[in-house]
Write a protein that binds this ligand. Structure first.
Ligand code: CP3
Length: 348
């Protein structure tokens, strides 16, 4: 019998694309792929709080696997939240229906920054390691598993604002008014987040994504001066655990050159960035991930197919490309939209 090499698995294709050495059909996943648009998510959510689900490994693992079963994506992203570390550092977090998260007390003074404490990831966030292990048990070694955390700026903004924000006025007031204090807060975050990410790799994460979801609210010079050093330290420290790192920024088209300096393996971009422009500006220094407008999934299947093909064509021939939406899938997305996407990508 001749030994034919078996075709590469989803995990191998995903890792090769992150390392810019994959030339076949691109690996694909969807940010926030486990969530309220899925009826099986809503069924489990019934009568429970979001954080209860995050902290219960059997539930979190089940939720992580739901979109994999349904859409056969190449990667599972562990069901958790970027607001888990702020809780472990001493804040309280509540998710109020229709209002987004509320964090207390808001971190707006030196005393408040100094009250934040580091944490032992195994004892304070062991549920996340247990979830990753349970997911690996179910998906086996053929799918990629993604761990994540919020970037220093985005995490700091939730802590300083005490929740979501449009203008980030308290965050920017600290950045411009007391940059030393802001840098101190970011330093504490990087110190706490690195062991937290290392724990995720040890528990089975193949890739780490750093969400700088709101980094696009800053001008490039301010990002470079007050945010890049911490983002870079986090990305480089995470890479030292041996896995590729994806740095995702929403609305960060104007920051591309600055973000490349963080040295992530992959840069996640949103739909406002023209793929050809991103490819030219990245100049082979990072793989790219993105960037279908999540609202396309609300359109009829034929439009989902056409728009997805437009994105795939724009990135065709790139050795470092991971298909994704340009931001998280929206809670009201019709399942049919996601089904049309999965079918076009050759799944299910
Ligand atoms: O991608 C996945 O499937 C994994 C799970 C995941 C969640 N949050 C679950 C979640 C991930 C990767 C996140 C990251 C996250 N969390 C980000 C960055 C991603 C992005 O979209 O840019 C941010 C900004 C948060 C903070 C957060 N969590 C907010 C602002 C909210 C409330 C708003 C909302 O969407 O309801 C959450 C709650 C949250 N995180 C839900 C889920 C499934 C909804 C919880 C529910 O009510 O059922």
């Amino acid at each position: 019998m001749t030994d034919r090499p078996s075709p590469p698995t989803s995990r191998e294709r995903f890792l090769a694309a992150c390392r810019r050495s994959w030339s076949g059909a691109p690996p694909a996943w969807v940010m926030r792929q486990a969530g309220r648009y899925l009826p099986e998510y809503r069924a489990l959510r019934e009568g429970r709080t979001f954080l209860e689900m995050v902290r219960t490994p059997e539930l979190a693992a089940e939720l992580t696997c739901q979109p994999i079963r349904r859409f056969d994506m190449d990667a599972a992203v562990v069901f958790s939240d970027i607001l888990v570390p702020p809780v472990a550092m001493g804040l309280s977090v509540e998710f109020l229906a229709g209002h987004g998260p509320r964090l207390e007390p808001a971190v707006r003074s030196r005393e408040a920054v100094e009250r934040l404490h580091g944490f032992d990831p195994a004892s304070e966030t062991g549920f996340l390691a247990a979830t990753l292990r349970a997911v690996r048990e179910e998906i086996g070694s053929e799918k990629a598993l993604i761990g994540f955390c919020g970037a220093p700026f985005t995490t700091a903004s939730y802590m300083i604002e005490g929740g979501s924000s449009r203008s980030f006025e308290h965050t920017k007031a600290m950045m411009f008014g007391d940059p030393e204090l802001f840098l101190e807060l970011e330093g504490r975050l990087v110190e706490a987040l690195l062991p937290y990410l290392a724990m995720q790799v040890e528990a089975g994460a193949d890739v780490l994504q750093v969400f700088d979801s709101w980094g696009g609210a800053l001008d490039a010079a301010t990002y470079r001066r007050l945010v890049l050093p911490a983002t870079r330290a986090l990305v480089q420290g995470a890479r030292a655990s041996g896995v590729p790192v994806i740095l995702y920024v929403n609305g960060g088209g104007h920051l591309l050159e600055v973000l490349l300096e963080a040295g992530a393996d992959v840069l996640g971009i949103d739909w406002r960035v023209e793929p050809a422009d991103a490819i030219a500006r990245a100049g082979g220094r990072a793989a790219l991930q993105g960037n279908l407008d999540p609202c396309v999934l609300f359109a009829p299947p034929a439009v989902v197919r056409a728009e997805t093909e437009r994105v795939l064509d724009a990135f065709a021939g790139q050795k470092g490309y991971v298909f994704n939406l340009g931001s998280g899938i929206l809670p009201g997305t019709p399942v049919e939209g996601m089904e049309a996407l999965a079918r076009l990508l050759g799944r299910s």
